[in-house]
Design a binder for this molecule. Structure first.
Ligand SMILES: Nc1ncnc2c1ncn2[C@@H]1O[C@H](COP(=O)(O)OP(=O)(O)OP(=O)(O)O)[C@@H](O)[C@H]1O
Ligand SMILES: [Mg+2]
Length: 326
């Protein structure tokens, strides 16, 4: 009889212990997951978004790109201030070389993350570096998909920049597609807070033609609007008709891109501003004459009027260095 009681007591105690230990385990798991969530959302500092700060940054640091400045400000602000966006922000930057496409991704990053483009949540893919061999495309695709999934799983406000998209394999571009849909969830991960930006030279010549056309008609550059001469449609058509990976991918067909943003070709005065900005960056006294000298040394030969800098503000720093060194 005693043994039976003992057995019952033992059973009860062990049951309570098991129940208690599962409760303790559940509590530990809950605390850990909350901790992990906080850790993952807090680490690597997300800035409190301030549209005025972004506006000022664009105004002070980006020259000659009134359309890009305006559209980026509006698109990023409405996305960052929306507590429940229904899709990721997807932008596509177009324009010839050295006109500020990569630069604007850095401006956005420094207004989103404390560490700006040094944040571990800022991912820049350059096809030549990341996906150099065409024959490995299936492997690259699998790797890219896994990487994007993992990054967004751990950090919802991740940013992915795909540089030289026109040189990217269409198969790889299509890997990105499922992440861009409305209410996109891939393998249980929601992509509604992520940012995707595509950069390419595609459409650059069409943009330059529109700018030139305005100029010839004596119109002010600032009068060019996103819908002037159907600029956005022109860009997307030019991309579609080209032989680039972009054209062959199904990204555009599905209207997954929120904005095709034109970057205008830069003129002498913009290059001069770039040189002056470089002087500030290099902590040397701003010198207008020297800035003018450096800007004049660049080539302006791409169009009949020789108005637009062939390489935009690229290599301005190097030119300035040579001048200072002499
Ligand atoms: N519109 C601009 N305003 C201010 N600085 C600029 C502008 N465009 C270019 N720059 C300067 O020139 C550098 C090179 O520009 P950037 O890398 O953004 O060119 P890009 O448009 O990405 O060219 P590519 O198509 O060759 O990659 C930038 O880091 C920046 O310092
Ligand atoms: Mg670039």
């Amino acid at each position: 009889m005693k043994a039976r009681y003992l057995l019952i007591v033992l059973c009860l105690v062990s049951h309570i212990t098991v129940t208690l230990s599962s409760v303790v385990l559940a509590v530990i798991a809950a605390v850990a997951s909350v901790g992990l969530y906080i850790y993952n959302t807090e680490r690597d500092g997300l800035l409190l978004f301030d549209s005025k700060r972004l506006e000022k940054d664009l105004r002070d640091s980006l020259f000659g790109q009134h359309i890009a400045s305006d559209v980026v400000l509006k698109a990023v602000t409405s996305f960052m201030t929306d507590s429940k966006p229904n899709k990721p922000l997807v932008l596509s930057f177009h324009g010839n070389t050295g006109v500020g496409k990569n630069y604007v991704t850095k401006i956005i990053a420094r207004n989103v993350y404390e560490k700006g483009d040094n944040s571990k949540h800022f991912h820049l893919f350059v096809p030549g570096n990341y996906f150099p061999y065409k024959e490995y495309s299936p492997a690259y695709s699998a790797h890219l998909k896994k990487l994007i999934l993992k990054e967004v799983y751990w950090y919802i406000r991740s940013m992915f920049i795909f540089d030289e998209l026109d040189k990217m394999n269409p198969q790889l571009i299509d890997t990105i597609k499922p992440f861009l849909y409305y209410n996109a969830r891939v393998d249980g991960v929601s992509f509604r807070n992520a940012i995707f930006i595509f950069l390419s030279n595609a459409g650059g010549n069409e943009i330059a033609e529109v700018a030139q056309d305005f100029r010839r008609k004596g119109k002010d550059r600032e009068e060019i609007k996103m819908n002037s001469k159907e600029l956005e449609t022109k860009i997307s058509q030019s991309i579609m008709s080209g032989k680039s990976g972009f054209a062959q991918s199904i990204l555009i067909d599905h209207h997954l891109i929120d904005h095709f943003i034109p970057f205008l070709p830069l003129e002498l005065e913009h290059v001069r501003q770039c040189v002056l900005a470089e002087m500030v960056h290099l902590k040397i006294k701003q010198n207008f004459d020297l800035a003018n000298e450096v800007a004049q040394e660049l080539l302006y030969s791409s169009t009949e009027e020789k108005i637009y800098a062939d390489k935009g503000c690229k290599s301005v720093r190097e030119k300035l260095w040579i001048k200072i060194d002499n």
